[in-house]
Design a protein around this ligand. Sequence first.
Ligand SMILES: NC(=O)c1ccc[n+]([C@@H]2O[C@H](COP(=O)([O-])OP(=O)(O)OC[C@H]3O[C@@H](n4cnc5c(N)ncnc54)[C@H](O)[C@@H]3O)[C@@H](O)[C@H]2O)c1
Ligand SMILES: [Zn+2]
Ligand SMILES: [Zn+2]
Length: 396
Amino acid sequence: MKAVTWQGRRDVRVETVPDPVIKEPTDAIISVTSSGLCGSDLHLYEVLTPFMTPGDILGHEPMGIVEEVGPEVPNLKPGDRVVVPFQIACGHCWMCDAELPTQCETTQVTGEGMGAALFGYTRLYGAVPGGQAEYLRVPQAQYGPIKVPEGPPDDRFVYLSDVLPTAWQAVQYAHIPPGGTVAVLGLGPIGDMACRVAQVQGASRVFGVDLVPERLRRARERGVETFDLKDFDGEKELVAAIHDRTDGRGPDSVIDAVGTEAHGSAAARLAQNAAGLLPRAIGSKIAERVSVDRMAAFYTAIDLVRRGGTISLSGVYGGMADPLPMLTMFDKQIRLRMGQANVRTWVDEILPLLTDDDPLGVDGFATHRLPLDEAPHAYQAFQRKEEGTVKVLMQP
Ligand SMILES: NC(=O)c1ccc[n+]([C@@H]2O[C@H](COP(=O)([O-])OP(=O)(O)OC[C@H]3O[C@@H](n4cnc5c(N)ncnc54)[C@H](O)[C@@H]3O)[C@@H](O)[C@H]2O)c1
Ligand SMILES: [Zn+2]
Ligand SMILES: [Zn+2]
């Protein structure tokens, strides 16, 4: 089959690889009909390079048709249409019972000290072959895959794999009080969708910050009060502008949908590039031990949120020694929640919104639909934010 493989820093290629086969009784094989390209894939493209192995199959946002199931997958049969959550979880351990499938104790990558295995996401997360491919082996298929109805196009459901539950959890973890205000930093797919979810859930005002014109425009067209980072002379001015609109206090909640590759700090970029360019064994040690994150967005969140408010981190951070302004965080009495999205925990709440009247705008969410062969170009355009690329769906 054809698959999108990682070959090196900023080097992604479509290769022919062996078709996946059932290995465990709880496996299923699906033929992939759509597969998203995510901001998280960009970390692999660049910062997380030391944790990758050439040939790794990328992708963690797939949907498709069940081809084959193992003997312990009673819930699925060939022909079923399914969306596959980006994390692999068993559904019956202590953590899954506690609605924390990202911490699943059956699939935790204990050798690396990490949580649940993820599709297509480095050896830290189990080096599981990903879903930007013609076929995908789905472990723990007795729990993960979400059955969806025939009929509507893939766009209606594919975001259940990641974007929708991630944005949903970002808003849940943001603890926006009834009728309260929220600022969303970063208007990529996750931030954009988090704005939509906050609106649907009744936030009175949603502020959005980015620096890419078409991303700002997308949000503005849906009623978000947008701020272009480029219009401000430094973070302080931006914070002051949003404080002006919130009685001088700041929004009740701030969602960081940027993560480790934020614009704004040149020194950290050097450290990241250095870690990415070193021989892999040494590079991974450095990436594990030092601060590799560009913290600009998180620092903005700390300054921006009102006293006693909440910061919800969806953006992925990966450093082990990132400096934090504890004096300010403590004094402002900030509540902080973060982590990978617990996909299955939120799906039942989201599904009723995936209807024909489409309150979250999923039908028009993708900016690009491409065959797998165009993946190398799509990665580059998405990373550089060129050609209006916001959300790419690959269609094998
Ligand atoms: N928690 C989860 O389960 C989960 C799931 C999916 C994605 N993510 C993470 O969420 C983040 C966003 O993902 P995405 O797909 O939207 O990616 P993306 O890279 O397209 O979005 C990031 C956006 O932030 C903007 N940005 C950069 N610096 C900024 C700054 N200082 N202030 C404001 N905006 C800034 C960029 O222009 C871009 O539009 C990534 O870190 C990704 O890894 C987390
Ligand atoms: Zn993703
Ligand atoms: Zn589990």
